[in-house]
Ligand binder design. Structure first.
Ligand code: GDP
Ligand code: MG
Length: 446
């Protein structure tokens, strides 16, 4: 979903890094491009204006033009504003692990309520394997009696994900909700996901019914599921739900579609509610915790190394992980780290999926052909790094002409490939240092 913005922003900003001098004209041209990109991404106009104003104020306030690396500082200002627009309120997943609570899931018909209850159960079950987490006993139940087979659908996904399921006897949604809660309490479950009915459009009858259920059940958490394809309209939908029933936060679904981030900005900035999760596919595990900080880094084409690491967690040796973590926290990034990232990519499968997590390597707009060229390039990079001595891997500045020739020969590639690797690597190192210096990049804190 954010690929569109990543593509636009990367091309706007790649020209700024490394600039010794920036002029006011430079900055205002870049701001215009940022504005165009956001408008094209379907971000509401008012939000775009507020964003650009904020960036401009910060650029002046922080006297970016007079700093040592104005290009980098400018990007950092944009990054920080992206974070603040996407997540004034910090979201995390701990709310899902509090025992005894009722989670009511609401949204329009087809937005993905039922599917996402399955995904949430799966998420909880998987994450309960982490230290200090205990798997709650989860119950799922539905009061969606309007859509044919909606209840059966929930039964299937709930059981597949590892939760229990209860079918209410009553056919009246409010009475059924009451009955479900009694069952939930009587059987000592820890967590209840209550699936509700939606309509195709915001509808007063639907909202009135939800209000009644809300009053009867008193859910601790109310989640609004929003289809990101709804674009700007999603803001009105969210406002209607908020006024009538209120909710704690949202899940934005179908981020794998070609929708363009507008809904996320509208939701976070206009409603000042956290986005808990982003859904990016029909499969059970295609649910990602929404982290504004990481999303901003990804939008700017600077990768998201931490998410990559988390995805690789089961597949990479713990000792290797720790070393990488420590280095990153110190702002260190060596060729060995790079080689390890290439290994992680291989262990994770699809090149294109993984590449966008790596600093400076956004894949937005790259076609399949370029992708497979990239894949074989990574193989060559790996062979080149393998041909180096440990000392060279730890400090690439040792690589003079004769060393490069030796390495190229060992890897069976031309020297130009070695130079290309070094150039790429330096670019990545640059990003890692930039975020370390700013103190903003703390990728290993959950
Ligand atoms: P509900 O009416 O709100 O309960 O919606 P459903 O859970 O039945 O989902 C409607 C459709 O959207 C189903 O075909 C889901 O597979 C699909 N869907 C849900 N979430 C996602 C997502 O993140 N990506 C994609 N591509 N499809 C999704
Ligand atoms: Mg449903």
């Amino acid at each position: 979903m954010f690929d569109f913005l990543t593509e636009k922003f990367s091309s706007v900003f790649s020209r700024l890094t490394g600039h010794r001098y920036l002029t006011e004209k430079n900055i205002s041209e870049t701001l215009d491009k940022v504005k165009d990109a956001l408008i094209e991404a379907d971000v509401p106009y008012a939000v775009v204006n507020a964003f650009v104003d904020k960036v401009q104020q910060d650029v002046i306030g922080k006297k970016v033009l007079n700093t040592l690396n104005p290009g980098e500082q400018f990007i950092k200002v944009v990054h920080d504003q992206l974070v603040s627009f996407l997540g004034a309120i910090k979201s995390d997943d701990s709310f899902l692990f509090r025992h005894g609570q009722i989670v009511m899931v609401m949204g329009l018909q087809g937005s993905g309520k039922t599917t996402n209850i399955g995904k949430l159960v799966h998420y909880i079950v998987e994450n309960a394997k982490l230290p200090k987490r205990v798997a709650p006993k989860i119950l799922c139940a539905s009061v969606d009696f309007y859509r044919p087979a909606a209840v059966e659908q929930l039964e299937i996904v709930a059981k597949a994900a590892g939760a229990s399921f209860y079918r209410a006897q009553s056919g009246d949604p409010v009475a059924a909700a009451h009955e479900i809660v009694s069952y939930f309490k009587y059987h000592g479950f820890d967590l209840l996901f209550l699936d509700t009915a939606g309509r195709l459009h915001v509808d007063n009858q639907m909202l009135a019914e939800l209000q009644k259920i809300d009053h009867s059940v008193h859910p601790q958490i109310k989640i609004l599921v929003l289809d990101s394809m709804t674009g700007q309209e999603s803001l009105r939908v969210a406002q209607a739900f908020d006024q009538a029933v209120g909710f704690s936060g949202g899940i934005l679904t179908k981020a794998d579609s070609d929708s363009r981030s507008g809904a996320a900005f509208a939701f976070c900035y206009e409603l000042k509610k956290p986005l808990f999760f982003i859904g990016a596919g029909e499969k059970m595990d295609e649910l990602e915790l929404f982290r504004p900080e990481r999303m901003a880094t990804r939008i700017l084409g600077m990768g998201d190394v931490q998410t990559l690491l988390e995805r690789a967690q089961q597949k990479i040796k713990e000792s290797d992980q720790q070393r990488l973590e420590e280095n990153f926290n110190k702002g260190i990034f060596t060729l060995s780290d790079f080689a390890q990232q290439i290994d992680m990519m291989n262990s994770l499968g699809s090149f294109s999926q993984v590449l966008k997590y790596i600093p400076g390597m956004s894949t937005a707009g790259i076609n399949q052909d370029a992708m497979s060229r990239g894949e074989s390039q990574m193989k060559r990079f790996k062979a080149i790094i393998n041909s180096m001595t440990p000392k060279e891997r730890a400090d690439h500045r040792l690589l003079n002409g004769s060393r490069k020739q030796r390495i190229a020969k060992g890897a069976g590639v031309p020297v130009s490939d070695v130079n290309l690797l070094i150039a790429r690597f330096e670019q990545m190192q640059h990003f890692v240092k930039l975020f370390k210096k700013s103190g903003k990049f703390s990728p290993f804190k959950r």
